[in-house]
Design a protein around this ligand. Sequence first.
Ligand code: 5RP
Length: 219
Amino acid sequence: MTQDELKALVGRAALQHVVPGSVVGVGTGSTVNHFIDALATMKDRIAGAVSSSVASTERLRRYGIPVFDSQDVQGLPVYVDGADEIDGRGHMIKGGGAALTREKIVADLAERFVCIADESKLVKTLGAYPLPVEVIAMAAAQVARRFAEQGGSATLRPGVLTDNGHPILDVRGLVIADPVALEAEVNQWPGVVTVGIFARHRADVCLLGTPSGVRTIDF
Ligand code: 5RP
């Protein structure tokens, strides 16, 4: 199976976690695009979605799925999203698609985070994938220097501004032994909008696409 077929497999499998009649939290990325395609087959059985990006909103609306503003809902039973890396405890690196800030906001509204990913995303220790960090532009060099002190090499993602109008730093060379601690620390650095470590709010379950089927990992 190709990587895209594995993504489609878990995108469809995530439908089992959608609560009928509810508003669904929807992430961003190529795996989530498959989830949205699958969600369209049950669009008459959900109230709608809260989306984490302009791209996902457009895809949901093309299917006629109502998209609610995150400020108009008080909570969501489930948030479904992909990951760039996920470890054995459900901690993730996210933001490869530059949607990390809105993803963290919508995920925080949800009771359960359902991560959908192909098997290449499962790692022992986070950090081989460059860590995305959304920053206020004037702080980019300062934040990059702080990462250098931690052994990381941060570069601006060329030609990319987030849906919020900010640049992204990609940080290479980190071995993230304690994701909860690093997330908390980087969150305090002036100019950081969002760090792409999802550890304080980690996945509750991961649907991992493998050639022999969907492997469910509960955390
Ligand atoms: C977007 C994300 C995505 O979930 C992550 O990059 C995985 O993407 P894909 O499903 O395309 O592999 O965090 O900001």
